[in-house]
Ligand binder design. Structure first.
Ligand code: B3K
Ligand code: ZN
Length: 876
């Protein structure tokens, strides 16, 4: 397979100004007629006189140049291209291409495909070339006009980008609709949808007083699950006006929910296509976190209208330009909507558990990668989540106002253009008069930097010297990396836990400051300190780095009680629990008896005795670090010891603090139908945290508590939480509850996904056999990505003890599924391979087993380039 390099970028040889598309739609036979208005790109230096268009899986029916049919000697076709010899070098010309495609045979869900009874498209990154021959690259921007023709009964609704301009009836019970998008766009933002869809409608008045029609299209049985998505859309539109000054530009905004979708959602201009998972919600079918994710993803896709669509990427290496920025925007939005503290913790938790692993493993790449085989493999945690952290650091360095000025300049300067990450940073520099040359290294350097911090207090002078050292580990293809520009936000606490002001370089004293680390080693002197303060480092997780420092359990307990930074307070709870668990892991490995360190009981007791306004935040303080985070802290991951130690702490805490948990549970338990407001969410969250602890006791009382909640649950959050408690413990009603749940929800695909995922991620013995059974279940469908993720994905990514079973059964199972899935859907198959990428982190035996199945995958005949790239780079 061929590798594409950033350094090889050159401007397109031709431009396509206008695209006129005509689709005659049918499940197995769709005819596409494309009329392209082209021109040689005056900026192209290439001597090449040919025009090469990309195309895959297309059946070419005819080509015309300026109205004259081309004969077979005038062009040449390959599996991936169509080249027109002697294409016009001057002036505008029109190329008409006719081809047919088979949406039903398209199980890769890229291009035009069928999902249940509808037809829909997914073009990003390079799916448009599976619809027709085109210059399928983001720096070719065209105005699209699209006409859809189809049977009236099968496809009563026909949608595409922009505004509906005309429609009519045809003989034979057929009809047509024409759409026109006034904004030039790259073809990856093209979309069409045809189907029997119901629509819910609302309107939004923009800040300049324009009325926008908002429409959400779903299948008939889902119309009662769209209200939250609609409300989220309106919230997002208002928020982007208020916070970024960005107004929506078309008169119509459409969202369509489809059941078969490779990822979360897609920001096609004026016609977003969503995985049903990120649209549909009713209190009895969706959990609070589903509600939160829906709001986040609806916001994300909406925000792309500016950060992505109005200003797009020059090439796919610049993906983080739109994705990192847009994730940062959706994080800000969600934080503003609910609890900033909780949102930040959730985001960092995910980043550290998953992106840090990616950045430390064989697939590590900079947020702006330099090479790829298959671009779909680069929609990664690094490009998205680390990319968002890089944008957040700009926000921290420039301040809210400076950042906004930079954004305004960026949008104004580049509206309607396809640009680079460098252009984004330049706008930030120019708007603020700052030099960000060194900061740019974050775009090209992979790996998570490590920060060593030291402090030296001199009582006589009242000075505290802080010394910071940074080091970025080697990653594939990168060694000896120069230092980065790292914003380190700090605060000080005196011995009574109060704020101690920071006096640095004769500036006025402040409660908090950002140290700008630019050297490999750098010192900062804080003055006027009557006693040695405690430093609260990296507040709000101000940079995506690992801080290396030793803190005693007492110091952590002190920070947990007094740090005014909500993030660091939680961080103290994680580190405290993390250290306690780490000690127990060592005890398990040495065969010593386990006893719980009383420090954690004291710390928890203190937390439980306090009054909390933000119950969601409170429940995060009571949550033990995830097994994946604990794993990341170990030199050689010992899945069994991690699990055993963590369970031991959970159960011991439950035993000691039973009365507290029970009281909190009772105080916050209501059998309410579920409302999406911060108060109710917080109550459910803390209550279910308590239930989770109590269920580890496996007493008659604790069992009837979860069973009662399961039976009385009037919302999905409570129902899932209780079922999870039952499934992950020795509960006599386990099988009955699982069956009851299935019967109750068998017609709701998204709920059945939860049913699969819950069983696949259970740590209870016998899970692997259960997973194999579920693979044969009539509701399992390898063709549905959500179902695959909920069974194969959940087992391999969220069930360390069983996936990493010593006999290698989990690995073989995954390889079998990857190989089977690859024939249908390479993109999703490739994602599944990443569960094996971290093989170097395990013991020798497991390493051998994981390597062997990776090799088996690579050796499989006709394996896709997607899976090949992920598996072979994982082994390298
Ligand atoms: N831009 C799309 C992702 C497309 C993924 C293609 N493999 C969704 C998003 O990030 O908003
Ligand atoms: Zn995005």
């Amino acid at each position: 397979p061929q590798t594409i390099y950033l350094k090889d970028y050159s401007v397109p040889e031709y431009l396509i100004h206008e695209v006129d598309l005509n689709f005659d739609l049918g499940e197995e036979h769709t005819v596409v007629v494309a009329r392209l208005t082209l021109q040689r790109n005056p900026q192209s230096q290439s001597p090449n006189q040919e025009l090469t268009l990309m195309g895959e899986d297309l059946n070419l029916l005819g080509v015309e140049l300026d109205g004259t049919a081309l004969h077979a000697q005038q062009y040449v076709q390959t599996d991936t291209s169509l080249t027109i010899h002697q294409a016009p070098q001057d002036g505008i010309f029109v190329l008409k291409i006719e081809n047919s495609i088979n949406p039903k045979a398209n199980t890769a869900f890229e291009g035009l495909y069928q999902s249940s009874t509808m037809l829909c498209t997914q073009c990003e990154a390079e799916g448009f070339r599976k619809i027709t021959y085109f210059l399928d690259r983001p720096d070719v921007m065209s105005r699209f006009k699209t006409t859809l023709v189809a049977d009236k009964d099968k496809y009563p609704v026909l949608l595409s980008n922009g505004n509906k301009v005309e429609q009519g009836e045809l003989a034979g019970n057929r009809h047509w609709v024409s759409w026109e998008d006034p904004f030039a766009k790259p073809c990856y933002l093209f979309a069409l949808v045809a189907g029997q869809l119901e629509c819910i409608e609302d309107r939004f008045v923009t800040m300049s007083g324009r009325e926008i029609s908002l429409q959400i299209y779903v299948e008939a049985h889902d119309v009662d699950k769209c209200d939250h998505a609609m409300q989220s859309l309106k919230n997002a539109m208002r928020w982007d006006e208020e916070v970024y000054g960005r107004e929506y530009d078309l008169d119509l905004y459409m969202i369509v929910a489809v059941g078969h979708f490779n990822m979360g959602a897609m920001e096609n201009k004026g016609l977003n296509i969503f995985n049903t998972k990120f649209v549909l919600a009713r209190p009895d079918t969706a959990t609070d976190s589903d509600y939160e994710h829906i709001e986040g993803v609806i916001g994300h896709e909406y925000f792309h209208n500016w950060s992505g669509n109005r200003v797009t990427c020059r090439d796919w290496f610049q993906l983080s330009l739109k994705e990192g920025f847009t994730v940062f925007r959706d994080q800000q939005f969600s934080g503003d909507r609910a609890s900033k503290a909780v949102k930040r913790i959730e985001d960092v938790n995910m980043l550290r558990a998953r992106q840090f692993a990616e950045d430390a493993g064989p697939l590590a790449h900079p947020i702006r990668p330099e090479a790829y085989i298959e671009i779909n493999n680069f929609y990664t945690l690094t490009v998205y989540e680390k990319g968002a952290e890089v944008v957040r650091m700009l926000h921290t360095l420039l301040g809210g106002e400076g950042f906004r000025k930079g954004c305004d300049l960026y949008f104004q300067r580049h509206d309607g253009q396809a640009v680079t990450c460098d252009d984004f940073v330049s706008a930030m520099e120019d708007a603020n008069g700052r030099d960000l040359t060194q900061f740019r290294r974050w775009y090209s350097q992979a790996g998570t930097p490590q920060l060593n911090v030291e402090q030296h207090y001199d009582a006589e002078s009242g000075q505290l010297e802080l010394t910071l050292r940074q080091h970025c580990p080697d990653t594939p293809g990168q060694t000896d990396k120069p230092p980065l520009h790292i914003p380190v936000k700090i605060g000080l606490l005196n011995s009574r836990g109060q704020v101690e002001l920071i006096k640095l370089d004769g500036r006025p004293p402040v409660e908090e400051t950002v140290l700008e680390l630019t050297e490999a080693e750098q010192s900062f002197a804080l003055s006027g300190l009557a006693e040695q303060p405690t430093v609260s480092w990296l507040r709000g997780f101000s940079a995506p780095v690992i801080v290396k420092m030793q803190r005693s359990l007492e110091e952590l307990a002190f920070l947990l009680s007094y740090d005014s930074d909500t993030f660091n307070r939680w961080e103290a709870s994680q580190q405290l629990a993390g250290q306690v668990i780490a000690d127990l892991i060592a005890d398990i490995q040495q065969g010593r008896e386990l006893t719980l360190n009383p420090v954690i009981v004291e710390a928890y007791t203190k937390l439980l005795e306090q009054q909390w306004d933000d119950l969601s935040y409170f429940s995060l303080l009571l949550a033990l670090p995830d097994e994946s985070y604990l794993a990341s802290q170990m030199d050689v991951i010992d899945v069994d010891a991690i699990h055993q130690a963590r369970e031991f702490v959970k159960k011991s805490l439950a035993e000691r603090l039973q009365a507290h948990f029970l009281r909190l549970y009772r105080e916050n338990h209501r059998e309410e139908s579920g409302q999406f407001d911060a108060g109710a969410i917080g109550r459910r969250r803390i209550k279910n945290t308590c239930l989770h602890y109590l269920s580890t006791l496996e007493t008659g009382d604790s069992q009837s508590l979860s069973l009662r909640q399961f039976e009385g649950a009037a919302n999905m959050t409570d129902q899932m939480a209780s079922l999870s408690a039952i499934v992950n413990s020795r509960h006599p009603a386990k099988q009955a509850c699982l069956e009851q749940f299935y019967r109750q929800w068998q017609d709701e695909d998204l709920v059945i996904d939860k049913w699969f995922a819950l069983q696949a991620s259970s740590h209870w013995p016998g899970t692997f056999a259960k997973v194999q059974q579920l693979l044969q279940h009539s509701a399992f469908d390898m063709k549905n990505p959500n179902r695959v993720r909920s069974l194969v994905g959940a087992f391999s990514q969220a069930n360390p003890v069983h996936f990493h079973a010593r006999d290698g059964s989990g690995y073989h199972f995954l390889a079998d599924q990857v190989i089977a899935l690859d024939k249908l859907n390479p993109q999703v198959a490739s994602r599944m391979v990443t569960a094996l990428t971290q093989w170097r982190r395990y013991d020798d035996e497991r390493q051998q087993l994981m390597k062997a199945v990776l090799q088996r995958i690579i050796d499989t005949e006709a394996i896709s380039t997607d899976v090949f790239e992920t598996a072979s780079k994982s082994l390298a």
